[in-house]
Design a protein around this ligand. Sequence first.
Ligand code: PLP
Length: 389
Amino acid sequence: MKISKNITRLGTEDAWRVLAEANKLSRVGRKIIHLSLGQPDFESPKRVVDATIKALKQGHHGYVLPNGIIECRKAVSKKIKKLYSVEIDPERIVIMPGGKPTMYYAISLFGEPGAEIIYPDPGFPIYESMISYTGAKPVPLNLLKNKDFSFNPEEVLSLINKNTRLIIFNNPHNPTGGFTERKKIDRLAEGLKKFPNVAILSDEIYGRLIFGKKKMPTFLNYPHLYDRLIILDGWSKTYSMTGWRIGWGIWPEKLVKYVIKFCANNHSCVNAAIQYGAIAALEGPEKELEVMMKNFTIRKNLIVNGLNSLNGIECVEPGGGFYVFPNIKGTGMRGEEFAKKCLYNAGVAIVPGIAFGNLAKNYVRFSFATSSDNINKGLEKISKMLRDI
Ligand code: PLP
């Protein structure tokens, strides 16, 4: 048996490995506190469940269009108008089984040997994995230079050369919690005018989870980029719907036909009934999101203060999402060793920074998408672990 060489370049998400190891420990009776998972710990809104059951009872059991039912695409377009005051033709919206496939298809569309793709490092690991898989060169954008993990527009522009096909942004950012403000993105969008052949993938999956009164600086604010802008977004994080597997992409008009081909070759279409549930999520009141953000704000403060009170740990306050990315160099350990000790000695599951790129050896990622009680207990256990070594 001979498998394809491309597969050897495919990476993965280390968070799954951490979860598997933690579950193994749980099975032998260890009590593990999970601060590694990238999903809200709230239930999906009841109206979503009800609308999905209703759709099933009404007989929505068959295939639907690969780009999504028109009602769902219209609902996304309407929501975007309400949030960002821009008109997006539903024909440019493609409903996907999660946010991730938009990433996969965008990178596949531009990646090949000889091409270069700029991606955030540290960053969501699938960006680099997919770029390498296509044979393109992954060009890291170092996000550790600014204390708040925001990106510098001038630095992004300096990485572009004649081989650059695509630049990937993620704001608010996983794993750092970094938030890049509109002023910087304005400068970037202006600078990109000089590079009309470079496409942009803006991963805005955490775009509704921003702390304080700040507005999401979406790339949709720049119509002059629309003919090369891909937006990745979805329901997973905003509506606590990670397991439903539904998301959306907004594509340049001329690329939609290729994306539909990807869908036809891969998953055919997204589960019909769930698309009705997803419409209910977008059209309903946002009280669940408000409650979630209130809780996340309390937990953010708890974890940032708690980590900063520990010797050798420096934690910056995140601007959005539900992660913090402390520097743990002062403990004398690298991120991998620290995360291992947290799991095996303290019973706290976290993800080493290196899982998000080679630059983040001295960092680890904590998710605070769990109860305040769990966060307090986790911090106590880590504090004890640090005292004992
Ligand atoms: N983009 C980023 C930055 C993420 O962190 C995630 C999930 O953790 C995704 C995309 C994928 O989202 P989904 O679960 O909807 O596929």
